[in-house]
Write a protein that binds this ligand. Structure first.
Ligand SMILES: Cc1ncc(COP(=O)(O)O)c(C=O)c1O
Ligand SMILES: N[C@@H](CCOP(=O)(O)O)C(=O)O
Length: 537
């Protein structure tokens, strides 16, 4: 595999390393196609670029802004500018809003960033429409002039708590040289999400329902990537936010919404600070906000909003990252919170271990190493070692920490956190419906509840952008539960988009399987080989 060092054609932000120190000097193409590093770590650019001219981006369209941002992370020697522009334009032409991610004023200084106007009605489309086209582009280039077995065939294996899977399927269905296998936790996703995935008729799409949780599915994916034989035989690729391109694509809407606010508010101008509040599970979305902040966007705080699966909230409060922490006092019964992942009304965030937190840990460890004042190479190495130790403890002992006080202080400089219970989620859906007739989905309601608390702390003069991550129709049970007593509320009329009508009647394709990475590996091999045989025969 090609390795790079800083050059005329690649800046430091266009070359990638692994959070666990094993890989170094990789190009964007390598990183996109590999997904996960060979040492089990996640890829990061050697450095986050500072966007010195970011203020001059304020009048750009969503796609023009995406091109500016992507170009900082992708060398033109890998993807020429015109090709990248074409990929971006194709990817966002499928959105139902001309703004792609419109910003809606909710109340006072609170704004809602609607991220669900793509084909599958969740924020995942913002990255997965692009990633689908990117895979197609890279594979077409690799396979030029090749036939049959010589062609590079990518097998995507993804884990989903409902939204990544549907967005990945919508982004990759029918694409050449790619098979998509999506694992979801059986019975733990919403009926619409299940229908979106399992009714897809394309031959390159395969659904697997695992007896277990989302974390089990994510562990299976990581085990398959870690198994050299499977990886070699199937040429695995990732659609989860372990794939760095997912994070990259999500940076765009932080800048875009900031500029939208400056355009529509009479009191807010470019240069002023804003708070973003992000419903958080796997930590990919908010990590993109961290990148935007480090690139120069004036962010007062990034507020993590978790549901009752609150490992991240507990980390920010205690410095310990533990799967099974104490239950909060309001729910305490003297026991530890040791039942594993909880099923909540915001199921897409029912995640015990947040995969991308590892990326933030790397930056925190790097900053800590830098205080000793050694050179960059040394600090990167130290960061990789520290992250490896933390992640090993997480795997073997179920947690790590408390981390050094300086590391926690540094995490608290940029982030705050909030935990929102199911009861508070329902109250928030009700509140916004009663006050302004807006219907939030339960994940966005977790964010909105955290936003109201953040306003209390920060003051009403700081604008808040609360991220709305899914359309309410994807989570009918929670929405109907919250609004069933509201006079005149009618789910079909007020919420249900025409795209969902009749979806539940279509034929489904899904295979149920036990929670075993070996069994899943075997199934994936069988399905892909049947698919390829059918295509060639
Ligand atoms: C609707 C919805 N909201 C929020 C999240 C959390 O986002 P992240 O995993 O990037 O933290 C997810 C999925 O993870 C989701 O599907
Ligand atoms: N909520 C996600 C979980 C997977 O997260 P990802 O961002 O790592 O893909 C989902 O809907 O599947």
């Amino acid at each position: 595999m090609a390795t790079y060092s800083k050059s005329d054609t690649h800046t430091e932000s266009q070359i990638y390393l692994s959070t666990r120190g094993g890989d170094y000097g990789l190009s964007f193409e390598n990183v996109v196609l590999k997904g996960l590093a060979a040492d089990g770590g996640l890829f990061l650019p050697h450095e986050i670029p500072s966007a010195k001219d970011w203020e001059s981006w304020k009048d750009l369209s969503y796609t023009e802004l995406a091109l500016k941002i992507f170009s900082l992370y992708i060398s033109t020697s890998e993807i020429p500018t015109d090709d990248l522009r074409g990929l971006i334009e194709r990817s966002y032409s499928t959105f139902r809003s001309k703004d792609v991610t419109p910003l809606v004023h909710l109340h006072d200084n609170i704004h809602l960033l609607e991220l669900f106007h793509g084909p599958s009605f969740s924020f995942k489309d913002c990255a997965l429409q692009f990633l689908g086209n990117l895979f197609e582009y890279l594979l077409a280039r690799k396979n030029e002039g090749k036939e049959g077995n010589d062609r590079h065939h990518l097998t995507i294996v993804g884990a989903t708590s409902g939204d990544t899977g549907s967005a990945a399927i919508y982004g990759l269905r029918g694409k050449k040289d790619v098979s998509v296998v999506i694992l979801h936790p059986k019975g733990r996703i919403s009926p619409i999400q299940e229908a979106q995935m399992t009714t897809c008729p394309d031959a390159n799409v395969h659904n697997v329902a695992v007896t277990g949780t989302f974390d089990d599915c994510q562990d299976i994916v990581k085990a398959l990537f870690g198994d050299a034989d499977t990886n070699k035989a199937l040429k695995l690729g990732a659609v989860n936010s372990i794939n760095f391109s997912r994070i990259l694509a999500q940076i765009v809407y932080y800048f875009y919404s900031y500029f939208q606010l400056a355009k529509t508010s009479s009191t807010f101008k470019v240069g002023d600070k804003v708070r973003f509040v992000v419903p958080t599970g796997n930590f990919g979305d908010i990590l993109a906000g961290y990148f935007a902040t480090r690139m120069g966007l004036p962010v007062d705080k990034l507020v993590i909003a978790t549901n009752e699966n609150d490992i991240l909230d507990r980390f920010w409060k205690t410095g310990r990252y533990e799967k099974n922490g104490p239950a909060p006092s309001s729910e305490a019964n003297g026991d530890n919170n040791d039942d594993g992942v909880k099923e909540t009304l915001s199921p897409a965030m029912d995640i015990l271990v947040s995969s991308n937190f590892e990326r933030l840990l790397w930056f925190l460890a790097y900053e800590f190493a830098a205080t000793v004042g050694m050179d960059e190479e040394f600090n990167r190495k130290q960061a990789g070692q520290e992250v490896s130790v933390w992640l090993k403890d997480l795997k073997q002992k179920g947690g790590f920490g408390p981390v050094y006080q300086d590391v926690l202080t540094s995490a608290r400089k940029t982030f705050e956190s909030e935990r929102v219970s199911d009861a508070q989620t329902l109250d928030t859906i009700k509140l916004f419906y009663e006050k302004i007739h807006y219907v939030l989905d339960p994940h966005s309601a977790v964010g909105a509840a955290a936003t109201l608390r953040s306003v209390e702390r920060a003051g009403a003069e700081i604008p808040h952008i609360s991220l709305s991550t899914a359309h309410p129709a994807k989570f009918a049970d929670a929405v109907e539960k919250a609004l069933k007593d509201e006079a005149g509320f009618n789910f079909e009329k007020e919420v249900l988009p025409e795209e969902f009508v009749g979806l539940d009647k279509l034929p489904r394709r899904v295979t149920e399987i036990e929670n075993s990475w070996q069994a899943v590996g075997k199934l994936v091999e069988e399905r892909v080989s049947e698919e390829l045989k059918a295509k060639s025969g």
